[in-house]
Design a protein around this ligand. Structure first.
Ligand code: ADE
Length: 248
């Protein structure tokens, strides 16, 4: 997977991709990240990248020219890959969207700043717009990192464990079951017996039920869309009737 990130603050992107799983994925040749400073593509003497909006109203708007120059110099015109603008006006980023985008070999991420970008960038350069949630940040750099992180961990081989992303919260449409590791008892708090039993079928059943229980308690909205078996439905029915006697 290759990402080209276009930003006015390249220094915000580099530290995160140089650590941990993203760094490892790069070392393994699974991930390539190219960060481009939009300011370097402004052709005027002062490298101006933003101006006040026509019609007044305060704030600053990112200019067309440096953005078009940057993206088209690197990727050609028109670019062959999706060009994604990070903006609170975009479609909301979910695990589903991460899975969809992980199918592309190459994505361009354009980080907005100030009040936004000139509308002509949206209309004639950008092919997709993504928001990471209903709140407003100072720019698209953190959202771009979030996209790259969520997408990279879906690339086969990027996580140490080949099944690492399968049970993730949201991947199956449910929240993930609880995890425990050694010691088996800490301050008198014990790890559930079934996890120590070595009985893999029982463990799988317990985990599935915990995932259903947790989703029902915390995010019941997810159950409407999650793929559920007949057994799952019966268990949920039982939980709704008598939450304490479900055996989860
Ligand atoms: N830029 C500012 N806020 C944002 C958000 N919530 N999502 C994506 N980009 C943004």
């Amino acid at each position: 997977m290759r990402f080209d990130v276009f930003t006015l603050f390249p220094g915000l992107i580099e530290p995160y991709i140089n650590e941990s799983i993203l760094e490892r994925a790069r070392m393994r040749g699974l991930l390539e990240v190219h960060v481009h400073d939009i300011r370097a593509y402004a052709t005027d003497r002062h490298h101006v990248t933003d101006e006040p909006p026509y019609g007044g109203g305060g704030g600053m708007v990112m200019k067309c020219e440096p953005v078009f120059n940057a993206v088209e110099s690197v990727l050609g015109a028109p670019p062959a890959c999706p060009v994604i603008l990070l903006t609170p006006q975009g479609r909301v980023f979910t695990q589903q969207v991460a899975m969809e985008l992980s199918q592309y070999p190459h994505l361009a991420l354009l980080c907005g700043r100030y009040e936004g970008v000139d509308e002509r960038v949206r209309e004639h350069l950008v092919t997709d717009e993504i928001s990471i949630g209903d709140y407003v940040l100072t720019g698209g750099e953190l959202p771009a990192l979030i996209l790259m992180d969520a997408i990279t961990r879906l690339i086969p081989g990027a996580l140490g464990d080949p099944d690492g992303a399968i049970d993730d919260s949201h991947a199956s449409g449910l929240l993930e079951y609880p995890h425990y590791t050694r010691p088996a008892e800490f301050r008198g708090w014990k790890v559930p017996e079934v996890l120590l039993s070595g009985n893999h079928a029982e463990i799988a059943r317990w985990r599935r039920r915990q995932a259903l229980l947790r989703t029902l308690q915390r995010r019941p909205d997810l159950l409407e869309k999650a793929p559920l078996s007949e057994e799952d439905r019966k268990f949920l029915e039982q939980l709704r009737k008598s939450p304490d006697e479900s055996g989860a």
